[in-house]
Design a protein around this ligand. Structure first.
Ligand SMILES: [Zn+2]
Ligand SMILES: [Zn+2]
Length: 355
C-alpha cells in the first residue's frame, strides 16, 4: 500500500495524496503537502473544488459530495468530512467487503463531542466505521490538549482590542489557507478593520464562494491610511516574519497562531509578542476518540510522532504500524517550531496561550 509515490491502492490503481506525479490522485484536502501539482487526474470532495482551483489552477478535477460513492476498478471510493479545512475529507475505500479509511489531516478536539469546538469554516469530522484506519498524528503526544476555542478567540480579541486602544497594528501570523479563515470567522470584527496579506485573500474568496460568511477584508498593500492600520488586525502567513513587508506597519505587535504554540520554547524561538494555541489538527484526546469511533482493529499512523502513537495503540490491544510519508506540517514556516523528536517535545513544558 505504500509506494515511493505515496499511499497506493493496488486493486484500484490510484494513489491518495501522492507526493510524486501519478495518473490518478485521490486528494484529501488542498494543503500543499497533500495536493501537489502534476497529476493527470484529481478526485476530491466537492466543497474542496474552489480552494483546489485557487491553489492548483485548471487541473483535471472531478469532485463528489460527501457520502456519495464511485466505483473504480472494483474499489468503492467515498469522501467523508474531516473538519480540518474547507473541503477536507477522509477517504473510504471498500474492496470485497474490506473497508479502509485514510484520514488525511483531521480536526476533532477534546474527549467528548462538543459542537462549540467544531471548526466553523468547514463540515465537522464524521467518524467512519472501518477495518483499517490510516490516521494522522501531527499532535500525537499527551501534552497536546486544546483549550476551548471560545477562550482562544477571547484571548486574540483582547490582544487586538488592547493594541487598537494604544494605536498599534496587530499582526497575527497564521497559515494562509485554513487557519487564516478560521481566525477571520472567529474574531470580533467590531474591534477594528481587518487587513490581510495578498496570499490570504484568494483563499478568502474561495471560502466566501462556498458560503462561509467571513468578515470583509482588504489587502494590506492597498492601504495608505496609517490611522486605519493602527486599529487593524493584520492576518498574514508566517513567512512575512522579519521581512520588509512588515515595515509598512511601523510599531506593531506581532503574534503567531499555531498548535505548536503550546510549547513554551516555540514562541520564544520565533521571537513574537504572543503565541495563540490554535490548531486545525486533532489534539491527543481527539485522536484517541476519533480512532476509537472507527471501530478499526488495525491502525496505521502517519504524519508525526508515529512511534508514540503506535505504542499507545498496541497497549490498547490494536494492531498498529506506521507509514513514513512525505507529508510535512503544511505550515512550512512552522516546521522550525516543531520539536525534532517526541522526547524533545516532552522535555519542553506545555504552556497556555498567555504571553
Ligand atoms: Zn492539512
Ligand atoms: Zn498534512
Amino acid at each position: 500500500m505504500l509506494r515511493p509515490e505515496g499511499l497506493y491502492c493496488p486493486p484500484g490503481d490510484f494513489y491518495i495524496d501522492p507526493w510524486a506525479a501519478v495518473d490518478h490522485a485521490v486528494i484529501t484536502h488542498a494543503h500543499a503537502d497533500h495536493a501537489r501539482r502534476g497529476h493527470a487526474h484529481y478526485l476530491a470532495a466537492e466543497p474542496a473544488a474552489g480552494v483546489l482551483r485557487a491553489r492548483l489552477g485548471a487541473v483535471d478535477l472531478r469532485t463528489m459530495p460527501y457520502g456519495a460513492a464511485v466505483e473504480h476498478a472494483g474499489v468503492r471510493i467515498s469522501f467523508h468530512p474531516a473538519g480540518h479545512v474547507l473541503g477536507s475529507a477522509q477517504v473510504r475505500l471498500e474492496y470485497r467487503g474490506e473497508v479502509w479509511v485514510a484520514s488525511g489531516d483531521y480536526y476533532v478536539a477534546g474527549d467528548h463531542d462538543d459542537p462549540r469546538e467544531y471548526n466553523a469554516t468547514c463540515t465537522p469530522f464524521e467518524p467512519v466505521r472501518c477495518h483499517c484506519f490510516i490516521t494522522e498524528s501531527t499532535f500525537g503526544l499527551p501534552i497536546y490538549r486544546w483549550q476551548p476555542q471560545a477562550q482562544v478567540f477571547a484571548d486574540i480579541n483582547a490582544w487586538w482590542r488592547n493594541n487598537a486602544a494604544n494605536g498599534r497594528p496587530s499582526l497575527l501570523m497564521a497559515y494562509s489557507f485554513g487557519k487564516a479563515q478560521r481566525i477571520l470567522l472567529g474574531v470580533d470584527s467590531s474591534i477594528g478593520p481587518i487587513v490581510v496579506h495578498g496570499a490570504v485573500e484568494p483563499l478568502n474568496r474561495a471560502y466566501r464562494d462556498a458560503g462561509i460568511a467571513l468578515p470583509s477584508t482588504s489587502i494590506a498593500t492597498g492601504i495608505d491610511d496609517k490611522s486605519l492600520l493602527q486599529r487593524a488586525l493584520i492576518v498574514a502567513p508566517p513567512s512575512v516574519h522579519g521581512s520588509p513587508w512588515t515595515r509598512r506597519f511601523g510599531d506593531y505587535s506581532d503574534a503567531f497562531a499555531s498548535g505548536w504554540m503550546q510549547l513554551r520554547g516555540a514562541r520564544r524561538r520565533r521571537a513574537v509578542d504572543r503565541g495563540f494555541v490554535l490548531s486545525d489538527h486533532a489534539d491527543w484526546p481527539g485522536l484517541q476518540r476519533a480512532i476509537a469511533a472507527t471501530g478499526a482493529h488495525r491502525v496505521i499512523v502517519t504524519h508525526g510522532y508515529e512511534a508514540v502513537m503506535v505504542r499507545w495503540l498496541a497497549e490498547h490491544g490494536l494492531q498498529s504500524g506506521s507509514f513514513q510519508t512525505a507529508y510535512g506540517t503544511e505550515e512550512v514556516d512552522d516546521e522550525s517550531l516543531a520539536p525534532a523528536t517526541p522526547e524533545g517535545a516532552s522535555e519542553m513544558s506545555a504552556s497556555g496561550s498567555s504571553s
